[in-house]
Design a protein around this ligand. Sequence first.
Ligand SMILES: Nc1ncnc2c1ncn2[C@@H]1O[C@H](COP(=O)(O)OP(=O)(O)OP(=O)(O)O)[C@@H](O)[C@H]1O
Length: 258
Amino acid sequence: MPSGFGDEVDAIVRVSGLVQGYGRANVLAGVDLEIGPGVLGLLGPNGAGKTTLLRTLATTTPPRSGTVEICGTRVASERTARKARRGIGYLPQEFGYLPAFTVYDFVRYCSWLRGVPGRRAHEATVNAIAAVGLASRQKAKMKALSGGMLRRAGIASAIVGSPNLLLLDEPTVGLDPAQRLEFRGLLRSLENTAIVLSTHLVEDVAAICDNVIVMSEGRFLYYGPPRELAGIASADAPGDSPLEKGYMTVLTGNEVPA
Ligand SMILES: Nc1ncnc2c1ncn2[C@@H]1O[C@H](COP(=O)(O)OP(=O)(O)OP(=O)(O)O)[C@@H](O)[C@H]1O
């Protein structure tokens, strides 16, 4: 079972035999995974199942079979899902908001949804907004934000209240290069948090992920540190960096036998 941390650290997520899908099709066919503190990247082509895995960990979609345990809570019913959600920050690829809400209202509302106690909500909201560099825009209406600012407000809504598990679906889309660097710094500063990050940007994985999973067609083709993925790159694989070459090597099934 993929596990990127020592036995002495409790897993924040434990997934066993997870089957998930839509309609008649299964997307994930028996996934096992343990996730501890640190940043785990999900790489894979369109349709690989990254969002489906994140949605399931976010408890928005119950598993078809198998078990999902978050912070010691086995998610098996709406009641247990609600309990687990208190420890989960989730930024979907496209997130909903009321255009007339200010940034502050939006993040505070998300803190309420996640059950952050009322006495902590104001401070948690202000801290989350400051962490994404939007302090000067907290009174701005959501509808008045640029695409990158909107994404940062979304990140603030996911980190408010310091969740144990942070699920981010392509969080750097729309961020300019300086904002992406700041975002990386923000993730590095979140200690004792399990962060799962879906992305198409191999350089984000190289810069911030402790471990990476390469997914294709709902299966894990690789799990381990990015530097080891770079290390198994075949010389003739396409790509501009060792990690890109390692990714393409795994994806096309051309690993050099150990
Ligand atoms: N709501 C849905 N209803 C039906 N099929 C879906 C739904 N969401 C995803 N799928 C299908 O499930 C499979 C996995 O999709 P998923 O969005 O998890 O992939 P992904 O790796 O996140 O892709 P991308 O990189 O394009 O975001 C795809 O075949 C997709 O068409």
